[in-house]
Write a protein that binds this ligand. Structure first.
Ligand code: UGA
Length: 446
């Protein structure tokens, strides 16, 4: 099969290298000349484990090519649309770019060929696409095929998906949906072929359910702190119920990234637009924001001095480990909160530093954990990079002005921190692991 992928961003590139690994010929088009040039020479513009190997594999086999030409070749079987759907001013995902590309492809391709939209769509997306398709009495098939790939594990998630979901935009597109789904048969995952409205809700609901699970674990972490329980034991016990499961119950500094925050916010708006009262769906975004604000307060409580004028070092700026993505990163929200309280904040990340600096020009970026610790009253671990679990606290401790290590990811070794003479305060076990912070003293069983 010959695929024409439009958009050499995250979703497009991972899809392209994954499809070429399935033995297909893939041509990737993007409007960014620099991006196409760099990809043609084998350099990936995105950071993703395994992408460079997959890219050079595709280039050397000749199955993967990149082009600035927006017109698909005659022999293209499927055009895959992977352009962004950023949040628009109304808070919903904006379909503008997708509509532009699909509108063009509807005139460039013919019956027998297929357009597949892989970009994440708003719930009204399928209806808008159907309106667009219906303007062309003779046209290629139009499908949607959302992705469920996690940044940092996207190549692996493409190759071993939990499921493949394909939606027909109109009933006439049903047969093409079943044919396209066979492309994924060799991956051995369950395949769901359905109408596009159901499929778009599967994608949104999956992300929102997972973000709700994270927000739930984060609220439990603060409840555990307040009552002297250990949230790690709590989520382990919870996750052992097969109806709940252990995944996405790891408490942390709140969820971030390009998907969860946007989608958790938009589902409430989408429900409201349709006159549906959905207080549960509407509560996820405020829960996440409250959690991040409370973490700032919590650091202040444990600091033993006023946040104003304090120096706080942040370890980890990416929204999660193994990515350089800082979109909606909890680290940036926490940094803003600390700064608003008068703290001087510096930060370090193994790969996301430059992106964080662009997103927050006021950020004082450091080149190593040792630099972040130098002169700091507290070090706060925000991203779960494996290297932060192996820090040499004996080396960091003498560089610090204070002695607080607040671990929002539960990744550091409590013994190593304590052995260095520092105070280890882990999210979700704070009260049972150390002295009660001053403002909470006497507030409960200590
Ligand atoms: C998410 C989904 O997991 C993918 O299935 C989906 O395809 C993707 O969005 C998308 O829509 O494109 P991603 O944004 O890469 O993937 O990130 P996740 O690994 O899901 O993590 C999201 C956030 O939740 C991160 O901030 C992470 O640190 C946080 N998280 C996750 C926790 O705090 N605890 C957990 O147990 C799991």
């Amino acid at each position: 099969m010959h695929l024409f992928v439009v958009g050499a961003g995250y979703v497009g590139l991972v899809t392209a290298v994954g499809m070429q690994r399935l033995g297909h010929r893939v041509t990737v088009h993007d409007i960014d000349a620099g991006r196409i040039e760099s990809l043609t020479s084998g350099v990936s513009p995105i950071f993703e484990p395994g992408i460079d190997e997959a890219l050079s594999e595709g280039l050397s086999s000749g199955r993967l090519t990149f082009t600035l030409d927006p017109v698909p070749a005659q022999d293209v079987d499927v055009a895959v649309v992977c352009v962004p759907t950023p949040r628009g001013p109304d808070g919903l995902l904006d379909l503008g770019l997708v509509e532009g590309v699909v509108g063009r492809l509807l005139t460039q391709l013919s019956p027998g060929q297929t357009i597949v939209v892989r970009s994440t769509l708003p719930l009204h997306g399928p209806d808008q696409l159907a309106d667009l398709a219906n303007r062309h009495p003779v046209r290629p098939a139009l499908l949607i095929n959302p992705e469920f790939m996690r940044e940092g594990r996207a190549i692996q998630d493409f190759q071993t998906p939990s499921r493949v979901v394909v939606g027909a935009v109109t009933p006439e597109d049903g047969p093409a949906a079943s044919t396209y789904a066979t492309v994924f048969e060799s991956l051995g995952a369950p395949i769901v072929v359905a109408d596009a409205r159901s499929v778009v809700l599967i994608k949104l609901a999956s992300n929102v359910f997972l973000s709700a699970k994270v927000a739930f674990a984060d609220e439990l972490a603060r409840l555990s702190d307040a009552m002297g329980a250990d949230v790690m034991v709590v989520v382990e016990g919870l996750g052992l119920d097969p109806r709940i499961g252990p995944a996405f119950l790891q408490p942390g500094p709140g969820f971030g990234g390009s998907c969860f925050p946007d989608q958790a916010a938009s589902i409430g708006l989408e429900a409201e637009r349709r006159g549906i009262q959905a207080p549960l769906l509407a509560s996820i975004t405020p829960s996440n924001a409250r959690h991040q604000a409370e973490l700032v307060t919590e650091v202040g409580r444990w600091l033993g001095r006023d946040l104003a004028g304090s120096r706080i070092g942040i370890l980890g700026l990416a929204f999660k480990a193994n990515t350089d993505d800082v979109r909606e990163s909890p680290a940036l929200a926490i940094i803003r909160g600390l700064r608003a309280a008068g703290a001087e904040v510096s930060g370090y990340d193994p790969v996301a530093g430059p992106n964080a600096q662009r997103a927050d020009p006021e950020l004082v970026l450091r080149a190593s954990p040792a630099e972040v610790a130098s002169g700091a009253d507290a070090v706060v671990v925000v991203t779960e990079w494996a290297a932060f679990g192996e820090l040499d606290w004996a080396d960091l401790a003498p560089r610090m002005r204070g002695d607080l290590v607040y671990d929002a990811r539960r990744i550091c070794s409590p013994d190593a921190v304590a052995a260095a003479g520092l105070r280890y305060v882990p999210l979700g076990r704070a009260r049972s692991s150390g002295s009660v912070p001053p403002s909470r003293a006497g507030a409960g069983p200590g």
